[in-house]
Structures are given as structure tokens and as C-alpha cells.
Design a binder for this molecule. Structure first.
Ligand SMILES: [Zn+2]
Length: 113
């Protein structure tokens, strides 16, 4: 199974080949949507790629802190992570991934659509 290079959902037939631009040291990338493909190509054109985080990507990660804190507060701040149930861990992961995807899909002046 192949995953979207932006949001890590299952790819759905959208792709980008750096070889088409003369770049030979990067692999083809796959995407779930035109929105994620456009974001990736904007990052690629700016030379940002996905290796070194841009300010936008760092801000997207930062935006996960509040939902993460709210989820942990709901579970119980005194409860150690090692005592979380499987469902609580999965909920925490879903909250963080959803917050990150939402932030990435908003785009930024750094990455114009
Ligand atoms: Zn995607």
C-alpha cells in the first residue's frame, strides 16, 4: 500500500515524479488528492521538500499541542502514557494526526495555492 506524501492517508492515484523536472535523486511521490499534490509541488518548487521542516511545517506540528493537551487532560494528566488503554492511545494518535492534517491543508503564504 502506498501513502500520501503529505497527509499519510492512502494514496488515490495522484503522483509527482521529480525526474520530470530533471531531479534524479528523489523518488516519485504519491498523494490522496490534488490538494496534497499541489502542496507538495509548491514545497518542491521552493526547494523545501519534506526533509528539513519549513516554518509552515513546524507551525503545523506546533498546532497539534493544544488538541494533544486537551486529549491528555480528558484521559487524565496524572495517568502515565504506559497505563493508557489501546483505545486511548489510538484516540490520542487520531487527535494529533487530524490536527496536523488540518494545519497542513490550510496552506500558508509560504506555500501559495
Ligand atoms: Zn494527502
Amino acid at each position: 500500500m502506498t501513502w500520501c506524501a503529505i497527509c499519510l492517508r492512502k494514496e488515490r492515484g495522484f503522483g509527482f515524479s521529480p525526474r520530470m523536472t530533471g531531479t534524479r535523486n528523489l523518488q516519485d511521490a504519491h498523494f490522496c488528492s490534488m490538494r496534497c499534490l499541489n502542496l507538495y509541488t509548491a514545497l518542491f518548487r521552493k526547494g523545501g521538500g519534506m526533509i528539513d521542516m519549513t516554518d509552515f511545517e513546524r507551525a503545523a506540528i506546533y498546532s497539534c499541542l493544544k488538541p494533544l493537551g486537551e486529549c491528555v487532560a480528558e484521559i487524565g494528566v496524572d495517568k502515565p502514557l504506559s497505563s493508557y488503554s489501546k483505545e486511548q492511545v489510538l484516540t490520542l494518535i487520531e487527535v494529533i494526526v487530524t490536527a496536523w492534517q488540518d494545519a497542513m491543508r490550510k496552506g500558508s503564504p509560504e506555500i501559495p495555492f
